[in-house]
Design a protein around this ligand. Sequence first.
Ligand code: ZN
Length: 345
Amino acid sequence: MKAAFINNHGDLEQIQFGELDIPKIGPNEVLIESKFSALNHLDIFVVRGWPGLKLTMPHVIGADGCGVIKEVGSAVTDVSEGDRITINPGISCGKCEMCLSGQQVFCRSFSIKGEHQWGTFAEYFKMPEINVLKIPDAYPFDKAAAAPLTFLTAWRMLRTQANVKPDEFVFIHGAGGGVATAAIQIAKYLGAKVITTTSTSEKIEKAKELGADHVINYKEMKDYSKYVFIDLTKRRGIDVVIDNVGQTTFPTSVRLLRPGGRLVTCGATTGPKAEIMINQIFWKQLEIKGSTMANQGEFREVMKLVLDGKITPIIDKIFPLEQARDAEKYLNDANKFGKVLLKID
Ligand SMILES: [Zn+2]
């Protein structure tokens, strides 16, 4: 099969395109013929590698994908050949105490597709049966591939970790990112008032189309925390901040929060080290929570909203599979709005 893979860790030049063997499935797995894959920053981290990550090379990258079931394992009962499906990229053991209590994200062997096992940037990939979700005939494959990782991440952050209530102020950094485009829509669905930031007038319009109530151009207004406090929230402060930018935004996130406010972080794309004032945390009695991926129940809840059309994955650009390297460079560098996809013919 054709696939995008690495033979060594390093920069994005390491991404190769060529022929690999089709994966063999176990009794509880299904083989999927790919239609679309979606890119995530995780792919770039896997290409670079990190201490302790030991992969058998070659390694196929990619966490999100969708397609048609081509083959089912002997113990598979709920899906069959020919079904149109998308996937939950979070894989867990399914039998530990955490998995059995529905808290798959706390499973000791939790991993993301494409992280420790071969990913989705290929003509075929395999998944455990429990990780596939049938999609309606009328639902387009590109959106079905674009949604899962970012929507389940944003759903757990806003719905579970922050428990956003109607009319609360939710602040989301960087409207153009995949998690942010999902988070804006989910926060609006939960009834919140959304304030977000971005860097161009074109992206301001797009963020408003997604439902954002206020969009700040952070390049034109470098110190916007006073404006948010006085003008936008009328001296209330922000109830919930969603931060996956990290180093460059974290101190601002802490400053924006009202007393008793909640900060949820799911990533640090600009770096993991931030200086924060501890007295702001105890004076304002803030909650700072981490979040990563989501449980199977959360995945199914948010995907129901996606497949019913209540919230919609935003696609920035689609590349053919053979240009996976260029697509990852585009994800890394471009001033984009929404998800970057690979189309598999
Ligand atoms: Zn487990």
